[in-house]
Write a protein of this length. Structure first.
Length: 311
C-alpha cells in the first residue's frame, strides 16, 4: 500500500467499500434519481470502490419502476475529473441493477422481500433483529446459497456480556455482523470505546462485519452544524486490524488526517487483506464525499485528462 496505483486506479483497500445508501437518511435521494446516479457510479473510473445500491424492503416497487421506466439524470459528482454523467449512466443501465436488501423489520420481511427482489442482481441482505439465533435460522432457511447476509442487533443488546453472546452466535454462522455507527441524533453515534469493543470482538473471532451511517467522511470529526461526533472510515479501517480495545479506541480517536493517511500508506498487502476481510463495507448516502476526502488526503486520484489528439 506504500505505493499508490496510478491515477484512475482504486487501491485494494477501498475496493467495494462504499455501499450506495443514497435513498436513506440523511441523503434521502428519491429512488427515481438514485437509480441513474448509481448507474453513473458503476460506469465511472472509480466504480471498483462502489458497492451495491442499498434499498429497503418497502421501496422495491419504486426501484423496479425506476429501473423499467426511468431515464438517466445527473450522477453524484465525486473526485474532480473523469466522473460519469448521464450519458454514461444510460449505458450502465443495460446491466441488471445490483442491490443490497435492507430489512429493518426483521425476519418477517425476508421471504416477501426476496420474492420482490427477484428482478435484480441481489448482492446481499442486511437483516435487523433482536434475536440473532432466530435470524440465522431464517436466513439459513430462505436465503439463496450464493447471497451473503449481515445481521444487525440493536446497540443496547451489544453492551457488556451481550456483545460476546451475539458475536459468539454469529461466528458459528456464515453471516457477517452489522454495526450502526451513526444516525439522526447524537445518541446514535457510539463513542470510541463502544465501537472499539465491537471491532476488536469481531477481530478476535475472525468475524467479518459491515458498518452503516455516519461514516461518509474519512477522518473523525465534530460536525459543525449538528455537533455530532462522527467516526472516520479511515479510522475504522485502521482499527479493524487491532485486537486490543484500548489500542483500537486510540486509533478511532485520531483526528489528524495526515497521520491517518501516513498510516494507510504504511499498510502492507497482508495488512490490507486482514483489514478488508474484517471491515467489508459501509453504507454512505453520498459516494462523492468519501472519494473527495481520499483525494484530498492524496490516497486516490482521478485519471489524467486526455488531450483531444490522444482520443
Amino acid at each position: 500500500m506504500s505505493e499508490l496505483p496510478p491515477g484512475g486506479a482504486v487501491p485494494e483497500l477501498f475496493r467495494g467499500l462504499f455501499d450506495d445508501a443514497a435513498v436513506f437518511p440523511p441523503g434521502n435521494l428519491p429512488v427515481a434519481d438514485a437509480v441513474p446516479a448509481h448507474f453513473a457510479h458503476r460506469a465511472a473510473w472509480y466504480a471498483e470502490a462502489v458497492g451495491p445500491l442499498l434499498c429497503g424492503a418497502g421501496r422495491l416497487g419504486e426501484l423496479a419502476a425506476a429501473v423499467s421506466g426511468g431515464t438517466a439524470t445527473s450522477g453524484d459528482a465525486a473526485v474532480s475529473g473523469g466522473t460519469a454523467g448521464a450519458g454514461d449512466a444510460a449505458g450502465a443501465g443495460d446491466a441488471p441493477l445490483r442491490i443490497g436488501l435492507v430489512l429493518p423489520g426483521g425476519s418477517a420481511e425476508l421471504a416477501p422481500a426476496l420474492a420482490a427482489a427477484a428482478p435484480f442482481d441481489l448482492a446481499g441482505v442486511e437483516l435487523a433483529t433482536r434475536d440473532a439465533a432466530e435470524a440465522i435460522a431464517e436466513l439459513d432457511r430462505l436465503l439463496p446459497p450464493h447471497v451473503p447476509a449481515a445481521v444487525e442487533l440493536p446497540r443496547e443488546l451489544l453492551r457488556g456480556d451481550g456483545l460476546d453472546a451475539v458475536l459468539d452466535t454469529l461466528v458459528d454462522s456464515p453471516y457477517r455482523a452489522k454495526f450502526r455507527t451513526g444516525g439522526l441524533v447524537a445518541e446514535a453515534f457510539p463513542d470510541e470505546a463502544e465501537l472499539a469493543a465491537f471491532l476488536t470482538g469481531c477481530a478476535q473471532r475472525g468475524l467479518p462485519y459491515k458498518c452503516t451511517a455516519g461514516l461518509h467522511n474519512a477522518v473523525r470529526h465534530t460536525d459543525p452544524e449538528t455537533g455530532f461526533e462522527h467516526h472516520g472510515f479511515l479510522n475504522v479501517l485502521l482499527a479493524a486490524q487491532e485486537t486490543d480495545p484500548a489500542t483500537a479506541a486510540a486509533v478511532l480517536a485520531e483526528r489528524d488526517g495526515e497521520a491517518l493517511a501516513k498510516a494507510v500508506r504504511a499498510l502492507t498487502d497482508h495488512q490490507v487483506t486482514v483489514v478488508r476481510n474484517s471491515f467489508t463495507a459501509f453504507g454512505t448516502c453520498s459516494i462523492a464525499e468519501p472519494l473527495g476526502d481520499l483525494a484530498a488526503l492524496g490516497l486516490l486520484s482521478s485519471p489524467a485528462p486526455q488531450h483531444q489528439e490522444d482520443r
